[in-house]
Write a protein that binds this ligand. Structure first.
Ligand SMILES: [Zn+2]
Ligand SMILES: [Zn+2]
Length: 217
């Protein structure tokens, strides 16, 4: 969803009542499914508390409907058509303002995941550990893609994956088990083992660890 919203960040909408820039806000989720919605993910709303429409709205609504509310000026994305929405207090929608930095960060993460998933297709032939390792360590990535990445580890055959995977805390225990199993296989294929004392890699047949000098038998 974030990649869809990001294109609206550069849109500039101006309130005709106060000449202030409208704020890009996440559209309220409650309206999306019930047919009452604006059909947009974001709304551009004038959140200026000194806006004449907002200031005069209290009295207007009080007289017309007899309840305590006011208007905010609003435009839909890619449109300059005037809309108003009713608000019950001055803070309404202020917490929904889209944070462009957070959105860009989310979007970058999303793009990186997407690229890594694409690269999974070629990472074995290219002996490219990076996309597989990226997905395995990314707790926000799709678990099916992460399991696929784990299943490719022995074919990529790069021992550089061992430390980062060992140091990672997996939330999904089945993924953790699969990763551990893949590492065991990878070590076996490379005639290596992990020293139980210092965790460094040593030859399978080693009787003494060359790193910590502990006896391994
Ligand atoms: Zn305004
Ligand atoms: Zn050792």
């Amino acid at each position: 969803m974030s990649s869809n919203i990001i294109k609206y960040l550069d849109e500039v909408h101006i309130c005709p009542h106060c000449e202030q820039k409208l704020s890009c806000c996440h559209a309220p989720a409650i309206h999306v499914g019930d047919g009452l919605g604006w059909g947009a993910e974001v709304l551009f709303i004038c959140l200026n508390d000194s806006c004449s429409l907002f200031l005069n709205g209290w009295e207007k609504i009080e007289q017309q409907y007899g309840h305590h509310a006011s208007y905010r000026y609003m435009e839909l994305p890619e449109s300059s058509e005037s809309n108003v929405m009713m608000v019950g207090n001055a803070d309404a929608y202020k917490a929904s303002v889209v944070d462009p930095k957070e959105l860009k960060k989310q979007n970058e993460r999303h793009q990186k995941q997407k690229k890594a998933v694409e690269q999974l297709e070629t990472c074995v032939t290219e002996k490219n550990l990076e996309p597989a390792l990226y997905l395995i360590l990314d707790e926000a990535a799709d678990v099916i893609q992460r399991k696929k990445a784990v299943s490719l580890l022995t074919q990529i055959n790069d021992l550089a994956c061992i430390d980062p995977i060992r140091n990672h805390t997996f939330r999904d225990t089945s993924l953790e088990m699969a990763a551990n199993q893949a590492l065991q296989e990878l070590l076996k294929n490379n005639l290596q083992k992990e020293c139980p004392f210092c965790s460094n890699l040593v030859k399978m047949q080693a009787k003494k660890c060359m790193h910590c000098k502990e006896d391994l038998e």
